[in-house]
Design a protein around this ligand. Structure first.
Ligand code: AMP
Length: 430
């Protein structure tokens, strides 16, 4: 290739057919499931003020400290400083910002979902991209409207189980934990700091930093040598206060009664600052190192930390890229092939073929078109390359008779079909 060829930027990727059919299949199924649970779609901007993510996600998270695409926008006047903007690395912050900005609680809009790209400057590898897609949802509202209730947590988890089952994703595991509330956190952080003190110098540099800034994050560590130390640390579940403990019990009880299996994982802490109580992840064996299909949890303090009203909430984000990777369905199976390839034969036939294509497409038939300059052999080759079920030959004689040669490309059967019966014949498939 010549040197000047421009390629996609590192970490970015093109989604091509037929794989895009799989993405559409996933999104259509997801929209159906959200509808049944009375969620409504929100679409927030691709970039926001940097401050939003710094506040909502947390300054010392990896996402904010290392991975965001941030730039200074051009200032409106020379005397002004440009605004700092950031490509969204996740969509909860934007959704909650919009919830507050448009006072969505006044319109009873408290169950929202989104589907869209997010951006993080991470080291690209299988299942980890710099532009990736998330399907997520947030249930948010005043405590008096029940948004604090363990019934909401259980409903969200049951929705996710339904969604994965519906997509035919097998062998997922729901990992469940409670990370308590600020009440529990103080005593727990104290205990954790104490336990870390004598050992932390032997741990990785990230853990040494975490031990000071936010010891809970030590549990995010993936360094193998640190794991035996982490295994011996006290767990947040031992420090839950009574209301948090009861909340967690109730979530588990509802899950048991609706038959959603879960695995209690007391090492599971979410990487983001605003999470309280229920924390969860769904993992999938076939994904390798990046085995988390989705993650989420409760974030009762987020709205207030963004200047909004008290609005407890729970949400999740599914990695759509990983969901597609985990799908057993093949792209070929969900991609609809053309029903018919229309082959105009000889001068003046493009017009006739165009008319027929227009009529057939109105019947929701997928039709592709050849060209009047093609020889018949070339049209047949094109039709089979596209995987069309039928080829429809449009020549002068057919036009005169208003009846067209329709050949089934798999059985080889060929019939002359009057114009008025074509759609029905093609739809019936024989
Ligand atoms: P998080 O917002 O970090 O809780 O991530 C939620 C989900 O998004 C994860 O469980 C992954 O499935 C997915 N995800 C996060 N980062 C990436 C990435 N860089 N590439 C692909 N998927 C990702």
């Amino acid at each position: 290739m010549p040197d000047k060829t421009i390629r996609a930027v590192k970490g970015m990727r093109d989604l091509l057919p037929p794989e895009t059919a799989l993405w559409n299949f996933v999104e259509a199924a997801v929209r159906d499931v959200f509808r049944a649970y009375n969620f409504h779609e929100i679409r927030t901007p691709i970039f926001e003020e940097t401050q939003l993510f710094a506040r909502a996600v947390g300054e010392e998270t990896d996402v904010v400290s290392k991975e965001m695409y941030t730039w200074e926008d051009r200032a409106r006047a020379e005397s002004e400083k440009g605004q700092s903007l950031t490509l969204r690395p996740e969509n909860t912050a934007g959704t909650v910002r919009a919830y507050i900005e448009h006072k969505l609680w006044e319109r009873g809009l408290n169950k929202l979902y989104y589907i869209g790209p997010q951006f993080r400057r991470e080291r690209p590898q299988k299942g980890r991209y710099r532009q990736f897609y998330q399907i997520g949802a947030e249930v948010i509202g005043s405590a008096s409207a029940g948004s604090e209730s363990p019934a909401r947590d259980a409903e969200v988890l049951e929705l996710l189980a339904t969604l994965l089952d519906r997509l035919g994703i097998e062998n997922w595991t729901l990992q469940l934990n409670s990370v308590g509330c600020p009440n529990d956190r103080a005593a727990y952080n104290e205990a954790l700091r104490k336990a870390l003190e004598p050992v932390v110098t032997t741990m990785c540099t990230d853990c040494q930093r975490r031990a000071v800034t936010n010891p809970l994050r030590v549990f995010d560590c993936k360094v193998p040598a640190d794991q035996p130390i982490i295994d011996k640390l006290p767990r947040i579940t031992q420090y839950l206060d009574e209301p948090c403990r009861i909340h967690f019990e109730q979530v588990k009880n509802i899950l048991k009664s609706v038959g959603v299996e879960f695995h209690e994982n007391d090492r599971l802490v979410r990487g983001l600052d605003y999470y309280t109580r229920t924390a969860f992840e769904f993992t999938h064996g076939a994904l390798g190192a990046q085995n988390a299909i989705l993650g989420g949890g409760r974030y009762d303090g987020l709205s207030e930390s963004l200047g909004g009203p008290n609005a407890p909430g729970i949400g999740f984000a599914i990695g759509e890229d990983r969901l597609v990777l985990a799908l057993k369905e093949s792209a070929e199976a969900v991609q609809r092939k053309p029903d018919v390839y229309i082959a105009p034969l000889g001068a003046g036939m493009d017009r006739e073929a165009a008319r027929l294509a227009r009529e057939l497409r109105r019947h929701d038939i997928i039709a592709d078109l050849g060209d009047e300059t093609f020889r018949l052999k070339k049209s047949f080759d094109a039709a089979s390359k596209l995987g069309a079920r039928f080829i429809l030959i449009v020549g002068e004689n057919e036009v005169k008779a208003d009846s067209f040669a329709l050949k089934n490309l798999s059985s080889g059967e060929q019939l002359s079909v009057p114009r008025a019966e074509l759609a029905q014949k093609i739809q019936s498939g024989s």
